[in-house]
Design a protein around this ligand. Structure first.
Ligand SMILES: O=P(O)(O)OC[C@H]1O[C@H](OP(=O)(O)OP(=O)(O)O)[C@H](O)[C@@H]1O
Ligand SMILES: NC(=O)CC[C@H](N)C(=O)O
Ligand code: SF4
Ligand SMILES: [Mg+2]
Length: 490
């Protein structure tokens, strides 16, 4: 357990042998932050070892767990990712004739569990990369360029599902690629000499082996369901230099800032941001409003993101240590301060106090996303309504509480249209749709119900479950494969 740099030291990386591998940095959602729940999960099957890493959270963990236990399988943790690993060991209903049919097993899992995951599944000689049929969590494919040297992959941000494969070019299979990588986010590709190729499609199963990369199946959503890519990836979660849906996250955030300036203008001297994630939107707000951008906060670079800490205490301590005021920039100024989101309300109050103490004349808060009011069951750790500050008070009351001169959020329509502004796809035909459930309560697979069980992550929360085991609702769309994909070419 620990930060990437402490665990994956150069020495530890040098010990790794072979030409394929998977890794995971865990942002816990379904079970406690303990070593036993760390990934990848590895099990030994009759057909050799199987390793699985998972970004996301199963919405029907409780019902799937009962089903898997009912098939005589033992589980050693409460992790939904271990559950996925064991479910993959089940024989598919169609049966298997010549040894294990891994694409069929993965297809079976996907029909049992619709949301939410990006997976890498490693066998002795291949890796499958899988994205859930709703495309809720991100996953993208990259190509390692032939530079004549091997690369060490290190990644610093949370909850990534990653693989590294080398050696394809030497086998003459794909002369253009030295190897292939997949990751939840593309931002790490450049640092390992890889280049972004494309997103893994919702429901797609990609096989990566010494023979190259090919799509082996695409599992469809029910006909009446849209794609539901997590809009909060754009708002906060992803790194700004990642690419989703043909646009850089930074550009989408800037566009949110522009929209915010149109919806909620203020008469002020400077526009500034709560670093890091609020900064792109602040630049957008400044450009749109014509008010100059000026930094007012100095961020301690040794304190990481506070929202992703596993407990309230750690989140609050993180905020206290994180910022200092650039007093000469803010003294006597009417300041519009932009942040990407207010979730539990730990961050914004102490920052306003800091700026007031530094002599700010006015502090107007503008938030580049709507109020978060509903829990997320799909991989972002906001499990209860009670902890969300927007359920306790409206923007006016919150402004009073945190000592702001005014406080406004971006509207849901404003956020969605800002995200669509530069997108290369459109939400027609169910493609390019987004999950906005934490903002609207409209859950892509239906709203999970309380089970009466206690959430295994402890803290006494209730466990929710979608009770979804309707395999008939999803089917394989083999016609969806392009001719190139069928031939195993990209
Ligand atoms: O209302 P709260 O519960 O305090 O959460 C919202 C804050 O948390 C996040 O920042 P974080 O420090 O996690 O990361 P960042 O440095 O990327 O902005 C987000 O950008 C907001 O600033
Ligand atoms: N996003 C993640 O990495 C979490 C995966 C999984 N749900 C867990 O809690 O371990
Ligand atoms: S509920 Fe919110 S955080 Fe969760 S997947 Fe949907 S948009 Fe993302
Ligand atoms: Mg922040």
């Amino acid at each position: 357990m620990g930060l990437i740099n402490n665990i994956f030291t150069d020495e530890a990386m040098r010990k790794l042998k072979g030409n394929l591998g998977i890794g995971h940095t865990r942002y816990s959602t379904s079970a406690a932050s303990e070593e036993v729940n760390c990934q990848p999960f590895v099990v030994h099957t009759a057909h050799g070892a199987l390793a699985v890493a998972h970004n996301g959270e199963l919405v029907n963990c409780s019902s799937l767990r009962k089903m898997v236990l009912g098939r005589g399988v033992g589980l050693s943790t409460h992790s939904d990712s271990e559950l996925i690993t064991q479910a993959l060991c089940l024989n598919p209903p169609e049966g298997e004739t010549n040894g294990p049919d891994w694409p069929a097993r993965i297809n079976h899992l996907m029909r049992l569990a619709p949301l939410s995951y990006s997976l890498v599944i490693m066998l002795k000689d291949k890796i499958y990369a899988v994205r859930d049929p709703y495309g809720n969590r991100p996953l993208c494919l990259g190509k390692i360029l032939p530079l004549g040297s091997s690369y060490v992959y290190k990644h610093s941000s949370a909850r990534h599902t990653e693989v590294l494969m080398n050696g394809c070019a030497k086998n003459g299979v794909d002369e253009r690629a030295e190897g292939w990588v997949v990751s939840s986010e593309s931002c790490g590709f450049l640092s390992i000499g890889a280049r972004y190729v494309r997103e893994v499609l919702p429901g797609e199963i990609v096989e990566m082996s010494r023979h190259g990369v090919r799509t082996v199946d695409v599992v469809e959503r029910p006909a009446d369901k849209q794609q539901a890519f997590c809009i909060f990836e754009y708002v906060y979660f992803a790194r700004a230099d990642s690419i989703f849906e043909g646009q850089m996250v930074y550009s989408a955030r800037m566009q949110c800032g522009r929209m915010l300036a149109r919806e909620s203008p203020v008469d002020a001297d400077i526009v500034s941001s709560v670093p890091e994630s609020g900064t792109a939107a602040a630049h957008g707000y400044a450009r749109q409003s014509g008010i100059p951008f000026m930094e007012v906060l100095c961020k301690n670079r040794y304190v990481g993101r506070t929202f992703i800490q596993p407990s309230t205490r750690l989140r609050q301590l993180g905020v206290a240590k994180k910022f200092g005021a650039l007093s000469e920039n803010v003294r006597g100024k009417r300041c519009v301060l932009i942040d990407d989101s207010i979730v539990r309300g730990n961050t914004i109050g102490p920052i306003i106090k800091l700026l007031r103490d530094a002599g700010a004349a006015e502090v107007h808060i503008r938030i580049a996303s709507p109020p978060l009011k509903y829990p997320c069951y799909m991989g972002i750790n906001i499990p209860t309504r009670e902890e969300l500050i927007a359920n306790k008070m409206d923007a006016y009351k919150l402004a009073e509480l945190v000592g702001a001169d005014s406080l406004e959020y971006l509207s849901v329509e404003g956020l969605v249209s800002a995200i669509h502004y530069n997108m290369k796809t459109t939400p027609s035909d169910g493609v390019g749709g987004h999950c906005t459930a934490c903002l609207t309560g409209d859950y892509p697979g239906g709203c999970p119900k309380p089970t009466g069980e206690v959430h295994p992550r402890s803290c006494g929360e209730t466990l929710w479950d979608l009770n979804y085991l309707h395999t008939k609702d999803l089917h394989t769309k083999s016609l969806f494969l392009t001719p190139d994909a069928k031939r195993g070419v990209l």
